[in-house]
Write a protein that binds this ligand. Structure first.
Ligand code: SAH
Ligand code: SF4
Length: 389
């Protein structure tokens, strides 16, 4: 963000919640203040959950007044909060412009994973993804992305070290494609990693992408996190159908870029997580597993098999347990590390790919999707996680 934007009084107040550590320093420098003020304010916001500048007691009164004049701390508003029988919790979060996105918390023993959204809807239109069917509205701001972590941390009072429900991991696997909202996703991830903010290790922050190769190529210059790649098919012909961005950036290019990302990082033994959502009779056959093993042979990876989570009119069915096991065993046999993602929170539509939010669609895709479904004489309702927006 240019420094002049940070202090122009005729403009909207700066939302300090979304400033990365470097942007916060630039902001204080532009006020003629010392850099350590940035550290103080970041701690107040992200470690103490403070929204009111008045409460920042180690900052002098005149500076607090100046800040209150120029800046604000504005988190997005929670409009619904659902708890699943399995402990999964989902928040529906209102963002400016009349839309809503979803954030999901998944507790698993000691671990608490927060699944964060990066966009309102998604423009990439993967054929098996409910978010894609909602069309696209806009990018979330960095404050709206990190605001989801802030809301969850506050909800669990995770600032108390003994809290059993702490957010220990964050995955950028909610609604949207984070690499198409590059700057804001990067700023939010820098805060997740920063010691003065959430202090999560790079192993515990994961960016998932369906393959926006030019952006993945430059990611290493900005942030060092774990990488998950949404592959879903072992050949371009099939992937072109499931993940349309493959027509622009085919599998070979995507894997080249993912390999380079992990190779640029300082620690060796880094692995990419390969996500493979499994649909019955689509990508679940033994020959697909054989091809997958072949295609991944030069990529240090672990493979995460995700049984497809259904939503109305998707046109796909979940893989059968027998096919899933066979598929997994073939990959095991070739020496791969394979995990199978268990479905969590599906009673509250919080499972992967079920996140629909409430997208004020600017692309008309959701309308076209309804028309097609109506022609086929089927029910057109897409599950709105909570329609009481
Ligand atoms: N846009 C990014 C991140 C969000 S999608 C990406 O595509 O990677 C997060 C994960 O959920 C992806 O691996 C995606 O393929 C998976 N997913 C989408 N729809 C799904 C569904 N209906 N069932 C199971 N997983 C799904
Ligand atoms: Fe977008 Fe990811 Fe869904 Fe594809 S799977 S439509 S990239 S959110």
């Amino acid at each position: 963000m240019p420094q002049t934007d940070l202090i122009d009084k005729s403009k909207q107040p700066v939302n300090l919640l979304g400033l990365s550590p470097a942007q916060m320093e630039a902001f204080f420098e532009s006020l003629g203040e010392k850099k350590f003020r940035a550290t103080q304010v970041i701690k107040w916001i992200h470690q103490h959950g403070v929204e009111d500048i008045e409460q920042m007691t180690n900052i002098s009164k005149p500076l607090r007044e100046k800040l209150a004049d120029l800046a604000e701390i504005r988190a997005p508003e929670v409009i619904a909060d659902h708890l699943s029988q399995d402990g999964t919790r989902k928040w529906l979060i209102r963002v400016d412009g009349g839309s809503a996105v979803e954030t999901v918390f998944i507790p698993e023993g000691e671990r608490g994973t927060l699944c964060v959204s990066s966009q309102v809807g998604c423009s990439l239109d993967c054929s098996f993804c409910s978010t894609g069917k909602q069309g696209f509205n806009r990018d979330l701001t960095s404050a709206e992305i990190i605001g989801q972590v802030w809301i969850a941390a506050k909800a669990f009072d995770s600032l108390v070290p003994t809290s059993p429900r702490k957010v220990t991991n964050v995955v950028m696997m909610g609604m949207g494609e984070p690499l198409l909202n590059f700057d804001n996703s990067v700023a939010a991830m820098q805060l997740m990693l920063h010691d003065n903010a959430y202090g999560l290790s790079k192993r515990r922050v994961t960016l998932s992408t369906s393959g926006v190769v030019p952006e993945l190529d430059r990611l290493a210059d900005f942030v060092d996190v774990s990488l998950a790649i949404s592959l879903h098919a072992p050949n371009d012909e099939l992937r072109n159908q499931l993940v349309p961005i493959n027509r622009k950036y085919p599998i070979k290019e995507f894997l080249r870029s993912a390999n380079e990302y992990i190779a640029k990082m300082p620690d060796t033994h880094r692995k990419v997580t390969v996500e493979y959502t499994m649909m019955r009779n689509v990508n679940d056959r033994p020959e697909h597993a054989e091809q997958l093993a072949e295609v991944l042979k030069d990529t240090p990876c672990k493979i995460n098999l995700i049984p497809f989570n259904p939503f109305p009119n998707s046109g796909y069915e979940r893989v059968s347990n027998t096919s899933l096991q066979k598929f997994r065993d073939i990959l095991y046999g070739k020496g791969y590390i394979v995990t199978v993602r268990t479905t969590r929170g599906d009673d509250i539509d919080a499972a992967c790919g079920q996140l629909a939010g409430a997208v004020n669609d600017l692309t008309r895709r959701s309308a076209r999707y309804k028309e097609q479904a109506q022609k086929a004489h089927v029910d057109t309702s897409i599950p709105m996680a909570a329609v009481d927006v």
